[in-house]
Design a protein around this ligand. Structure first.
Ligand code: C5P
Length: 247
């Protein structure tokens, strides 16, 4: 799927996280889910294990766009060089942490073909973690902190942000419909096992709240039938879009 142009179909709004250790497993899932999701996300585990060639391989097997989620967080010069390096890989999205506004600004200086998304606050964090992180009490309400970081990201030239479904609505309301919101931490009512994600929402809640895309990893990867599970999620997405359109 191309990100620009035609309005995405419900399944195009699902990004499958290829959180897998080997090329063989990644390409298996890329082939299996190519008609069920819109993009494939390559994160740290797969990129570090397989190297940059994995991007081309997943694109060729799936025919879908790639979200290269390396979550850059470094000094501006290093972020700028890394961003320039991935501009040649043929990916649609990449990610930069929002804390360092100057590092973020180096994205703006390049304005390459890859859309940079600011990671506002990991969905594995909750309000309890913020004090330990030294966050000012004024921003211990998660929506305030996420909104502050989203504003920083937009000022720096990012095309959008990654945030939980609990903040998707507030980001859309304040930063406008064109500012892309990507939401991980997706769990359906059947995904009851406890894991590291804290700010979780269902596909319906995420899209209804304003997310443009949902990122799904384990709930699809570990499902007995990933294709059926993806179809169920696409139905939830469709329902949320229809309910939203009705107001
Ligand atoms: O398995 P699960 O659905 O929790 O996977 C979520 C994916 O989204 C992981 O690949 C994780 O790196 C990514 N992610 C996240 N929170 C963010 C940004 C990305 O969970 N804020």
């Amino acid at each position: 799927m191309r990100v620009e142009g035609k309005k995405p179909a419900p399944r195009d709004r699902i990004i499958f996280a290829l959180d897998l250790p080997t090329r063989k497993e990644a390409l298996h899932y890329a082939g299996l889910l190519k008609d069920s999701v819109g993009l494939f996300k390559i994160g740290l585990e797969l990129f570090v294990s397989c190297g940059p060639d994995i991007v081309k391989a997943v694109r060729e097997v799936s025919g879908r766009g790639i979200f290269l989620d390396l979550k850059f967080h470094d000094i501006p010069a290093t972020v700028r060089s890394a961003y320039r390096a991935i501009s040649n890989l043929g990916v649609e999205f990449t990610t930069v942490h929002c804390e360092g506004s100057r590092a973020l600004s180096s994205i703006d200086a390049l304005r390459g073909p890859v859309k940079a998304l600011g990671v506002t606050l990991l969905t594995s964090l909750s309000e309890d973690d913020l004090e330990e992180m030294g966050i000012d009490p004024a921003y211990r309400a998660l929506q305030e902190l996420v909104l502050l970081r989203a504003r920083t990201a937009r000022k720096a030239g990012c095309s959008g942000v990654v945030c939980s479904g609990r903040e998707a609505g507030v980001v859309k309301r304040h930063l406008g419909g064109d500012f892309i919101v990507v939401t991980p931490g997706i769990r359906t009512s059947e995904d009851l096992t406890e894991d590291d994600q804290k700010r979780v929402v269902t596909p319906y809640e995420a899209i209804y709240s304003g997310a443009d895309y949902i990122v799904v990893g384990r709930p699809l990867r570990d499902a007995p039938d990933p294709i059926t599970k993806a179809e169920e999620m696409a139905e939830e997405v469709q329902r949320a879009l229809a309910d939203k359109a009705r107001g």
